[in-house]
Design a protein around this ligand. Structure first.
Ligand code: BTN
Length: 283
């Protein structure tokens, strides 16, 4: 990991919740590794970064591929169902209700958008549920994706692993099959970027946003921030559902993070819980 000195990153993360950083040159999937660590009782705050994944996982059972050394591939271990007491004292931070767990991946999305905006100067936005994109309508290109996976023990969510892949310094030519839909931060910025700097930026911002997700006031502010960074809400969209396609205007989010889409059907608006969104040109 040429530009990524784990000791320097650890030093920059000191005092934050996600400072216990481990780095491996290659693994199957950082999400799978942290789920296994969580099963063994690893505490909240563990971070695993890999230079290369051989079985990187994407949303909806897809794979996540990236040329070795070109990306940031990392996962964080959270235990949002456990209340905790911050080191610096103060009152205990309450558990996050199960129906609000999506806020943890939302917190990661917001942290990554803010970091990539600062690093590239580009208008990076969130495509529902949590892809980072640049461009509009049919010209939307993805530069990062987020996958949250939970460890269920009994009727409890014992841990939530949030993984993010960010295309940072990709080769000048993007493989044909991805060229129309993907991009990388260096292509957007017009120069190569420092992965260590992006990594610390994402983790520091995520730590703050994750803490905010624990309180009512913080949750309201995260939601407002997510909406202000959303490329989807306010857009004309096509949503591919199992066996059905919905075309309409994305008008908002429910409290559970579902997308509200107004189409021509009788149920207005439609509540989309899971699906692939395509941004369309405004009509
Ligand atoms: C998606 O957009 O489909 C989500 C992609 C998530 C990829 C990241 S890379 C690090 C972490 N480990 C994995 O196996 N997947 C996530």
């Amino acid at each position: 990991m040429d530009d990524l000195d784990p000791d320097l990153v650890r030093r920059d993360l000191e005092g934050t919740l996600f400072a216990d950083l481990q780095w491996v040159s290659e693994t199957g999937s950082t999400n799978a590794d942290l789920l296994a660590a969580a099963r063994e009782g690893a505490p909240e705050g563990l971070v695993l970064v890999a230079d290369h994944q051989t079985s990187g996982r994407g949303r909806r059972g897809r794979t996540w591929e990236a040329p070795p050394g070109s990306s940031l591939l990392l996962s964080v271990l959270t235990r949002p169902s456990d209340p905790f007491t911050p080191d610096g004292g103060g009152g205990a931070v309450p558990a996050l209700p199960t129906d609000r767990l999506f806020l943890v991946s939302m917190a990661m999305g917001i942290a990554a958008v803010e970091t990539l905006r600062a690093a590239t100067g580009a208008d990076v936005r969130l495509k529902w549920p949590n892809d980072l994109v640049v461009g509009t309508g049919a010209d939307t290109r993805k530069l990062s994706g987020i996958l949250a996976e939970s460890l269920v023990e009994g009727d409890q969510i014992a841990a939530l692993v949030v993984g993010i892949g960010i295309n940072v310094n990709w080769p000048a030519t993007i493989p044909d099959e991805l060229a129309q839909i993907a991009t990388a931060a260096n292509h957007v910025a017009g120069r190569d970027l420092d992965r260590a700097h992006i990594l610390t930026g994402v983790l520091r911002r995520f730590a703050g946003a994750y803490e905010r997700a624990r309180t009512d006031v913080g949750r309201a502010s995260l939601r407002a921030e997510y909406l202000s960074l959303s490329a989807t809400v306010g857009s004309r969209v096509r949503v591919e559902l199992a066996g059905e396609t919905v075309i309409g205007d994305a008008v908002g989010l429910t409290d559970a993070g579902h997308l509200l889409v107004v189409d021509d059907g009788p149920d207005r608006p439609r509540e989309i819980t899971v699906g692939d969104v395509v941004h369309l040109r405004p009509h």
